[in-house]
Design a protein around this ligand. Structure first.
Ligand code: NAD
Length: 339
């Protein structure tokens, strides 16, 4: 199409966190004139270090942009950012929410924007920081096909698997459901490794076996050895974001009258862990994740030299049991449903 947005078109990236910085860097590499903005100065500095240009306020960041990309913590913050930038947008600017926002909120925000003449699509991503750096994310895009055509070259610069999922909000629904399955894989693998370790199996050997067997998943391949068994806990995806994604999947399930036993179980326990430890700063979330996952996967909390961690072991055992029974309920339900 003649109005396809190609380099060196001006683009704004709002939210320069774990994903915004590498995705913005991919756009710079492709030749776009990218201006970044984040509320936090250290985040802005990270983008500068990655070769980006930053603005000191959102108005300046979006003033010339043909596309505004948002990589913000949730849909509520996206709505606030959109309110702050609206008066400063060009008439033809396309807003693209690449955050993992809730699909129902996306629909209502989009209806307001589109009625006022502003193009808006949802394009959440999957693949984590690792694939954001290499520009090989999976991107699921919802909204008007003509608008998506215009931003296709930007999507190609950030991702290698681009899917058009349908109407506005469908990308966000797909993303939430993906992350539910991903969290379930992590939780199930963590439980299995914990049980195996208590039975006398070696956790690292277990991960090797899982990875060439039928239960292989993203957590077993890309998280266990790298971030859990190594105790680095720095995969770049905070527990607060995982809890938010599970909440979104649960709300989507409820909106479609589905029962979703496993997602409720995962959300209840994840959000409890988050509320006990605080979901605010990434450090706090990483710490909460460390306790949550180390309790599940390492089993040896009683032997830990970290006294705060040791004091968690009783509580971890208490929440493990109901979770497992909720998961078995879920599997029983599947067996009943299957012919
Ligand atoms: P992050 O917490 O690292 O970054 C979010 C950034 O947004 C922060 O730097 C924060 O200061 C900034 N911010 C918050 N409110 C703002 C506002 N009003 N204006 C400008 N900046 C603001 O989060 P992340 O890991 O980069 O994730 C971003 C989004 O992408 C989330 O919705 C997340 O669920 C999703 N996501 C993350 C990953 C991952 O692996 N980290 C993978 C896929 C999708």
């Amino acid at each position: 199409m003649s109005d396809t947005i190609v380099p060196p078109a001006p683009v704004a990236v709002i939210g320069l966190g774990n994903m915004g910085v590498p995705m913005g860097a991919c756009l710079i590499k492709a030749g776009y004139a990218v201006t970044g903005f984040d509320l936090l100065e250290p985040a802005r500095q990270k983008f500068v270090a990655a070769g980006g240009r930053v603005a000191n306020d959102i108005a300046a960041a979006v003033a010339t942009a043909e596309v505004v990309i948002m990589l913000l913590p949730n849909g509520k913050i996206v709505r606030e950012a959109v309110s702050a930038m609206r008066a400063h947008l060009r008439r033809s600017t396309i807003l693209m929410d690449m955050s993992s926002s809730d699909p129902i909120g996306t629909r209502s925000l989009g209806e307001e924007l589109i009625a006022a003449g502003t193009a808006f699509i949802d394009a959440p991503v999957s693949g984590g920081v690792r694939r954001a750096v290499t520009g090989t994310l999976a991107i699921m895009v919802g909204g008007d096909g003509g608008t998506i055509d215009r931003v296709q070259p930007l999507l190609d610069a950030m991702g290698s698997s681009i899917f058009r999922t349908g109407a506005l909000g469908s990308g966000h629904a797909m993303k939430a459901l993906n992350n539910y399955v991903s969290a379930a894989g992590l939780a199930a693998a963590a439980e299995a490794v914990l049980i195996g370790q208590r039975f006398g199996l070696d956790p690292a050997a277990m991960v090797d076996i899982l990875n060439v067997s039928t239960s292989r998943n993203d957590a077993t391949e890309n998280k266990f050895k790298q971030f859990i068994l190594s105790k680095r806990y720095a995969a770049g995806f905070t527990l607060a974001l995982m809890a938010k994604d599970l909440r979104t999947a649960l709300e989507t399930a409820e909106a479609t009258a589905n029962c979703a036993y496993a997602v409720r179980s995962g959300f209840d326990t994840t959000s409890q862990r988050v509320s006990r430890r605080g979901i605010g700063p990434p450090r706090a979330s990483r710490r909460a994740f460390k306790y949550w996952i180390s309790g599940l996967s390492m089993g040896g909390l009683q032997n830990s030299s970290d006294s705060a961690c040791s004091s968690e072991s009783g509580k971890l055992n208490r929440f493990l049991k109901p979770r497992m029974s909720a998961l078995s309920n879920f599997f029983c339900e599947c067996v009943v449903i299957l012919p």
